[in-house]
Each structure stands twice: as structure tokens, then as C-alpha cells.
Design a protein around this ligand. Structure first.
Ligand code: GDG
Length: 474
């Protein structure tokens, strides 16, 4: 079996006791690395130095896996990570042209760091390795590896949406990005809609398109592209929630503080794509439309900070805090606070237990590649008395979770009505909707996602090896 090499911007290192970072993705990828033996995971260490070394990787061997890490210089961090990745690609791929801050310097920093990764990785690769590169930070990496003579199979998974062509082409360097993506042997998107957008971009640019089931031809290369919806460790998460229901202190004290009240929960990184302000406004609308609900429900929004050095994120932090203050100030009473807002991360067990306790899971991003919170909420429910998932139609998860109540998060009144529908849904309907989603997630868990992608990348069908794909090696 070929060795697996994973490359991602950040590397989820096990702690000193060998425990893996929480989260299904890290667990599934570690399992895949171990299964194939002698696995390698390369990425940024998370450290920024005035001038970072560009000639070696720091290597750590833990439990049979080699972690190869590089620091970034201050300018690399500013231009590649905080700049092009998070102020150009992230907003544009989430349809927020208004928030994209394009600067030529940052674009060149993005390609420079990808060249650095390629320089550092190339000497470590063997011809029969399987290389799996993750996410928008590293789109140009395969092209750079090919330029250095690497011939092994290289796959890419995009965790965020792929935009429609009208949005993509608003990005000044879109052609370089689109061409670079086509250097992979397998490109994985979250949903069929992302795949369709990608195809549309190729056709509109007149550079190629789909030639048969999953096989694409563009820029004189052939490759596979498909939808590989990411998921969670469903059974393990369900178990975690069941244990936390009675065994977690925070869950217990939260329940005690909400006797006789229904909990509505939202959990998101602090990010403008997650629709947090729209969600709070919908909740406010619900309280205005249904005064009888006041005092009987509570909305808990758990929002760990992220990317705090990117200006759009700082602005958003302020906006959310102000809005929550407005709702609590205008609708709260001396003995009831409508919204509880937590700006830090909770433990995984507490999170699972709170999902289970919440009658409604509010997952209403304006745009999201998948959204794992939606799947975690479903997995956490008590089969005998499950809560209801209210889910944005703009989350990738909406393509799969058919038992959710779908909403358009831009439509405040409709979202408010849907929360009310969720709160008053009869038990029979709740069970039926939940069962369909849970059955789906038990089969389509994160291991299924991982194996499906790797099986496609490994596929040795005639005409599918990397060398054959290179129709025009010049
Ligand atoms: C990107 C794409 C795609 C959140 N708060 C706490 C906490 N979390 C955990 C959740 C969940 C994860 O963070 C968030 O995952 P999402 O999928 O919702 O979102 P992104 O971070 O934007 O991830 C997304 C994903 O990649 C995977 O491909 O689904 O569309 O944007 O697991 O539980 N965990 C803990 N405490 C918190 O306070 N422990």
C-alpha cells in the first residue's frame, strides 16, 4: 500500500501524552496515515518569526507518523495567510466580494509560500506516495511540485465552497488559481453544487470541462473531480453526547439554570460567513412575534474567536457584541436574559452535551462549504426525544440533511417563523426527521469520506495515472 502524505496549512499535532486534537477530521486523517504506514504530515508550525528558515523542516516522530513543520516569516504570514488566503480567497469563495481586499503583494506572497512548501516537500517524496493536499491556502502546491519533477498522484480537497464563475472572475488572479487547481489528479469538493460551479468556470473560460462521469479535461490535462461531502465521527460523537448528558459539569449546571425553559443553540467560529448577526436578528424577530415565548426560551451562542488580526473579523466581533447587547437590553427582564453569548471555546464533551440538551440547533451560515456543527447537532440527539435542526440552505450540509428545516438566513421573518415551527414540532415528526438524518450520518461518517477520497486517488484505472494525465507535459 502506498504511503500517504498529507499537507495542510496547520498540522493537528498530538499532545505530549499522544492524545490527538479533538475533531473528527484530525482523527480520521491520522487513522488513514497510520493504516498506510510510515505516514507524513507537513504544514505550517503556527509560529511566526522575523525571518523563518527556508531550507529545512522541523521533524517530529509520534506514534509512527512523521510531522514535518515549517515556521513562516512575518511577511509570509501577512501576505500568504492573513492576506491572500483570508482576505481574498476566503471572502470571494464565500461570495463576499464586498469584503475582499486584493493586493498584488499578498498574491505574490501566497504563491511564494506555496513554492516554499514545494521546495521543502519535494526531496521527501517517493514516486509511489499518495499526496493529499488540503484547502484554499495550498491550491498552487501540486503545480509547484510538478514543476520540480514530482510524478506521484496528488489529490486536493477544498473545505470551502467553490464560487460561481461571475464571482470567481472578479478575483484579479483567478486564471492562475483555476489553472493551478487543474494540476491535481483528483479534486474533491464538498457538494455537487461546488462541482457544478467549477465546471461552469472551466466552460466559461473555454479551457475545458467534464468529458465523462467524474473525468475532466482542462488546460491540456485530464483529472478526476467529484463531490466528497466531509463528515464527523458520528457514532463516537453520539456516544460523547450521551455520556455528557448526565456526566458533564457544565451541561449539568446549564440545565439547572434553565429549568422549564427551552434551549436554542448556535456554535460557530466568529466568522462573517456564519450568519451570526442575521441569526440574532431572526431570534429577536421571534421574540417580537411571539411574546409568549419570552422568559421560556434561551438562545446560547458559542463563538470562539478566530483570525482576530484580520480587520473584518475585529469589526464583526464588535457588531455581534453590540447586537446581543441590544436584544438583551430591549427584550430582557430582571429575571431573564434572552441571549447568552460566549466568546471562547468550550470543551468537546460540554459542547456535545449542550447540543443534546438544546431543543433547536440553529445553523444558519450565509455560505458554508459543509458545516460540521449541523452534523454534530444531529449526532448528539436523544433518539427518544430529539431536537430540531434549523439549517441554512446555503450550507453544504443542506444537500444531505433532508430532515432539517431549511431556511434562507437573509429572510429574517421566515427564519423566525421556522424557529417557532421547530420549537412547537410534535415528537413524532421530530423523531422521523432526526432518524432519516442520523441513519445517513452513521453511514456517511468521516471515515467514509476519507476512504472514498483515497480510493479515488489510488484508482489505477487505465489512463488515470498521473503521467497519462499530463497530455501536454510542456
Ligand atoms: C471549514 C469550512 C467545513 C466550534 N466551536 C467550538 C468547537 N467548534 C468546532 C465545531 C466543529 C468545528 O469547530 C467547526 O467546523 P465547521 O464545519 O462548522 O466550520 P469551519 O471551521 O469554518 O470549517 C466548513 C469544514 O472546514 C470541514 O471541511 O465543514 O464548511 O468552513 O467541529 O464543533 N469545538 C469545541 N469548542 C467550541 O467552542 N470543542
Amino acid at each position: 500500500m502506498s504511503r500517504l502524505v498529507i499537507v495542510s496549512n496547520r498540522v493537528p499535532l498530538p499532545d505530549e501524552d499522544g492524545n490527538l486534537p479533538a475533531g473528527g477530521l484530525a482523527v480520521a486523517l491520522h487513522a488513514a496515515l497510520k493504516k498506510r504506514g510510515d505516514g507524513l504530515w507537513m504544514g505550517w508550525s503556527g509560529k511566526v518569526r522575523e525571518a523563518a528558515p527556508t531550507d529545512h523542516l522541523d521533524e517530529k516522530q509520534i506514534d509512527g507518523i512523521t510531522y514535518a513543520l515549517t515556521d513562516l516569516s512575518e511577511s509570509d504570514y501577512d501576505e500568504y495567510y492573513a492576506g491572500f488566503a483570508n482576505r481574498v480567497l476566503w471572502p470571494i469563495f464565500h461570495g463576499r466580494l464586498d469584503l475582499a481586499e486584493y493586493a498584488r503583494k499578498e498574491m505574490s506572497g501566497y504563491f511564494r509560500v506555496n513554492r516554499l512548501f514545494a521546495d521543502l516537500l519535494t526531496p521527501r517524496l517517493k514516486d509511489d506516495d499518495l499526496v493529499w493536499i488540503h484547502d484554499y491556502h495550498l491550491i498552487p502546491l501540486a503545480e509547484e511540485l510538478r514543476r520540480r519533477g514530482v510524478t506521484c498522484r496528488i489529490g486536493f480537497f477544498l473545505h470551502i465552497p467553490w464560487p460561481p464563475s461571475d464571482i470567481l472572475i472578479a478575483m484579479p488572479v483567478y486564471e492562475r488559481v483555476l489553472r493551478a487547481l487543474c494540476a491535481y489528479d483528483v479534486i474533491g469538493f464538498q457538494t455537487d453544487l461546488d462541482l457544478a460551479n467549477f465546471e461552469e468556470c472551466l466552460r466559461r473560460e473555454n479551457v475545458g470541462g467534464q468529458v465523462e462521469e467524474r473525468i475532466f479535461r482542462a488546460y491540456d490535462r485530464m483529472f478526476v473531480a467529484g463531490a466528497f461531502p466531509i463528515s464527523i465521527e458520528t457514532a463516537e460523537f453520539a456516544q460523547l453526547a450521551e455520556v455528557a448528558d448526565t456526566g458533564d459539569e457544565l451541561v449539568e449546571s446549564t440545565k439547572n439554570s434553565l429549568v422549564g425553559k427551552h434551549l436554542i443553540i448556535g456554535v460557530d467560529r466568529l466568522d462573517y460567513s456564519k450568519g451570526i448577526t442575521h441569526r440574532i436578528e431572526a431570534y429577536e424577530q421571534l421574540l417580537i412575534d411571539h411574546p409568549e415565548r419570552r422568559g421560556n426560551i434561551s438562545f446560547l451562542q458559542v463563538t470562539p474567536k478566530s483570525r482576530s488580526d484580520v480587520p473584518e473579523y475585529m469589526a464583526m466581533q464588535k457588531k455581534v457584541a453590540e447586537l446581543i447587547g441590544r436584544v438583551n437590553g430591549s427584550l430582557g427582564t430582571a429575571d431573564w436574559v434572552p441571549t447568552r453569548y460566549i466568546n471562547q471555546s468550550l470543551g468537546r464533551s460540554a459542547l456535545a452535551g449542550l447540543y443534546r440538551f438544546a431543543k433547536v440547533g440553529l445553523v444558519t451560515p450565509l455560505k458554508d462549504g459543509m458545516n460540521l456543527v449541523a452534523k454534530e447537532y444531529v449526532a448528539s440527539q436523544d433518539p427518544a426525544d430529539p431536537g430540531v435542526l434549523v439549517l441554512s440552505r446555503f450550507a453544504g450540509a443542506a444537500r444531505e440533511l433532508k430532515g432539517a428545516l431549511l431556511v434562507n438566513p437573509y429572510d429574517t421573518e421566515m427564519t423566525a417563523r421556522t424557529i417557532e415551527q421547530a420549537l412547537s414540532m410534535p415528537l413524532g415528526e421530530r423523531r422521523e426527521r432526526w432518524r432519516a438524518m442520523m441513519d445517513h450520518l452513521l453511514v456517511h461518517d468521516v471515515n467514509h469520506w476519507c476512504e472514498d477520497f483515497l480510493a479515488t486517488l489510488t484508482s489505477e484505472k487505465p489512463g488515470q495515472r498521473s503521467e497519462d494525465y499530463l497530455l501536454d507535459p510542456t
